[in-house]
Design a protein around this ligand. Structure first.
Ligand SMILES: [Zn+2]
Length: 329
């Protein structure tokens, strides 16, 4: 099979090689990869995360079952599936509590082990979920990172019908799903972005960073937001924090724009604010997300073939949030 292999850090050390197609173990499945989503984590794998041995990157992918291990009963060749991308042991206290993304011995596929930037990938059957018929592979390959991250963030914030949520950086990979999932709950959804197309993704309002504080004040008659999602980090921390009303919850899961923040403690207690971190999501959440994915959509800015991965990484650097960069083959 053809596969991208990273031998050490740096995109120049990413090679498109002919490898022996792997065999699935007894409880594994060999997947024919159909689509891959590019995310900041993949750039970190290529550029920064130490490479202990050569590996295939790609943390977010979906495909078709090609071959099943002898003990796998619930999948067959041709099944369309997406991948819960975390290895977890199932035995530590976090796994037992249903927080597989926090597993003491866990890791993300394509980060610490082989991922989906190849024609085929071997995945544990317990990590696979059938895609509903109407869900294409581009959405399927947006569930394991982009959508689940927003899903968990919204669950962690306990967003309720009728509440107001502000999504900072709403045009990004996670943002477009945060809007859709919040709308499904019945929240008032405010996108902070300059992308008009977010109206089609559940945004009731779209404001830019300069006007959002005044606009949210107006819309909520001074009550401000119940939930703010900040996937951007430090640069937008203060604005996100000031958008919170009483009992407001600020959820954070990204540091693209810096990772240090100050908070006004008097605001924290006098308004009973909560600052919440979230990372990925649990396998249970992923299962729910996939089951309910028929109404989800993804905006793709540029699609590349498997052999064009380097061009895709390049395009992703220039991505001005016009949609996702994905591989489709
Ligand atoms: Zn565990």
């Amino acid at each position: 099979m053809k596969a991208w292999v990273l031998s050490k850090n740096g995109i120049e050390n990413l090679s498109f090689l002919e490898l022996e197609t792997p065999k699935p173990g007894p409880e594994q499945v060999l997947l024919k990869v159909k689509a891959v989503g590019l995310n900041p984590i993949d750039s970190m794998v290529v550029d920064m995360i130490p490479v202990s041995s050569p590996k295939v990157p790609g943390a977010e992918f979906a495909g078709e079952v090609y071959e099943v291990g002898e003990k796998v009963k619930n999948f067959k060749k041709g099944d369309r599936v997406t991948v819960y991308n975390r290895y977890f042991d199932g035995t530590c206290k976090y796994c037992i509590n249903g927080d597989q993304m926090l597993c003491d011995n866990g890791y993300i596929l394509g980060v610490m082990s082989n991922g989906g930037m190849a024609e085929y990938a071997v995945v544990d059957a317990k990590n696979l979920f059938n895609l509903p018929d109407s869900v294409d592979f581009l959405v399927g390959a947006s569930l394991p990172v982009a959508a689940i991250t927003s899903y968990n963030a919204i669950m962690r914030a306990n967003l309720k019908k009728g509440e107001t949520i502000v999504v900072l950086g709403a045009g990004g990979n996670t943002g477009m799903f945060a809007l859709q999932l919040s709308k499904e709950i019945g929240a008032n959804v405010i996108a902070v972005s300059n992308k008009f197309w977010l109206k089609d993704f559940g945004a009731d309002y779209i404001f830019d960073f300069d006007s959002v504080l005044d606009k949210v004040k107006d819309i909520t008659k001074g009550a401000m937001a119940d939930v703010v999602i900040n996937s951007l980090g430090e640069k937008f921390w203060d604005i996100g924090y000031s958008l919170l009303g009483k009992k407001g919850r600020l959820v954070s899961f990204g540091t693209e724009n810096g990772s240090t923040a100050k908070i006004d403690i008097s605001q924290l207690y006098s308004k009973e604010l909560s600052i919440i971190g979230s990372t990925g999501g649990s396998i249970e959440q992923f299962s729910e997300l996939v089951k309910n994915s028929a109404n989800l959509k993804v905006r793709v800015w540029k699609k590349f073939g498997l052999e064009e991965l380097k061009e895709a990484f390049e395009a992703n650097k220039d991505n001005k949030k016009q949609g996702r960069v994905m591989l489709s083959f």
